[in-house]
Design a protein around this ligand. Structure first.
Ligand code: AN7
Length: 327
């Protein structure tokens, strides 16, 4: 049985005896070795497979805390803006808590399976004729009215939950790796990782935040965010840990995405390969121990597989034709 975050890290999270814990069994995700990529890149590479969370992304770590606290504080409903994953996670935990969720998302810019999830969980989805950044502003305004509790990563409880990924990595490796690479959209996750290292004894891992050069138009729709709200705290976390930002073209992210699937058997969503793309672009010292955080599942965005992977071959039920086509 998966131990919920609220139990595994209770002493480091803002839970009290009065908190009604809303959990779907998040966290405790696999830390997988990556032997082929390690050899090729000359490092000891580990992949933190956050797609194993209940709704398929790391957002669930923060959402269990944010929704639990919202319910404790008497919230009647929650609201968030999203490029897709926060929406699915908020909708799932709201369903679990028995309260309504309102989602504001940029129209036409959310991957199909994320939308399918969010609809099934029963959230009220408002498709904004505008960008993610405008959706976030709208969500903040609705929350300010007082009827809905904001569960974007501006909510500190979200970041509290998300920092637990670092605790798991450090626990499993028996210490902090030399560097941790992760995608950088709004920067809530990078900020949360920075917070985690502040709470741990010893040398922190260098945090490397991998962002798209074309923030407003990248194919990686999850990080299609022009103005990262956490830019200042990301900068602070990178400076404190000796890390930096790596800026990537879509081609660089696409190449790493294909590599993760074809070389290591991990099908993630496009933006989740940004950390690996940054590692390949600006490699650390040879032999360094490195973790790339794979933030979301490839099944969330099945259409995008068509950009790189060859289509199936059509055959008749004829043994000779099949043998020929199979080779
Ligand atoms: C798979 O769902 O912003 O830097 O609204 O879905 O903390 O923003 C998602 C972002 C990385 C970037 N990986 O994290 C949303 C949203 C995946 C993501 C990020 C997102 P932040």
């Amino acid at each position: 049985m998966v131990i919920p975050l609220a139990e595994r890290y209770r002493d480091r999270l803002p839970f009290t005896d009065a908190t009604p814990v809303v959990s779907l069994g998040e966290g405790s995700t696999p830390l997988l070795p990556a032997p082929r990529l390690s050899r090729r890149l000359g490092v000891e590479l580990w992949l933190k497979w956050e797609a194993a969370n209940p709704t398929g992304s790391f957002k669930d770590r923060g959402m269990t805390v944010a929704v639990s606290k919202a319910v404790e504080e008497g919230a009647q409903a929650i609201v968030c803006a999203s490029t897709g994953n926060t929406a699915s996670s908020a909708a799932a935990y709201a369903a679990r808590a028995g309260i309504p969720a309102v989602i504001l998302q940029p129209k036409g810019a959310v991957a199909s399976a994320k939308l399918a999830q969010t609809r099934m969980y029963g959230a009220r989805i408002l498709e904004l004729r505008g960008t993610f950044d405008e959706a976030l502003e709208a969500a903040r305004e609705l929350a300010a009215v007082g009827t809905h509790s904001l569960v974007n990563s501006l909510n500190p409880h979200r970041r509290e939950g998300q920092k637990t990924a670092v605790f798991e990595i450090v626990d499993e490796l028996g210490g902090a790796p030399d560097a941790v690479y992760l995608p950088y959209g709004g920067g809530g996750n990078t900020t949360a990782y920075g917070q985690a290292f502040l709470e741990l004894d010893g040398r922190p891992s260098r945090l490397v935040a991998a962002e798209a050069i074309d923030r407003a138009g990248t194919l990686a729709s999850a990080i299609r965010i022009s103005e990262p709200v956490h830019a200042a705290s990301v900068q602070e976390a990178l400076e404190r840990t000796g890390g930096h930002v790596v800026t990537l073209s879509d081609d660089e992210i696409l190449a790493a995405w294909h590599d993760l699937a074809a070389s290591e058997g991990l099908f993630c969503e496009l933006c989740s390969a940004a950390g690996l793309a940054a590692l390949a672009k600006e490699p650390p010292e040879p032999g360094a121990t490195v973790v790339c955080v794979i933030t979301g599942h490839g099944l969330k965005d099945p259409e995008s597989a068509g950009w790189l992977a060859p289509p199936p071959v059509v055959v008749d039920p004829d043994p000779e034709a099949i043998a020929e086509a199979a080779s």
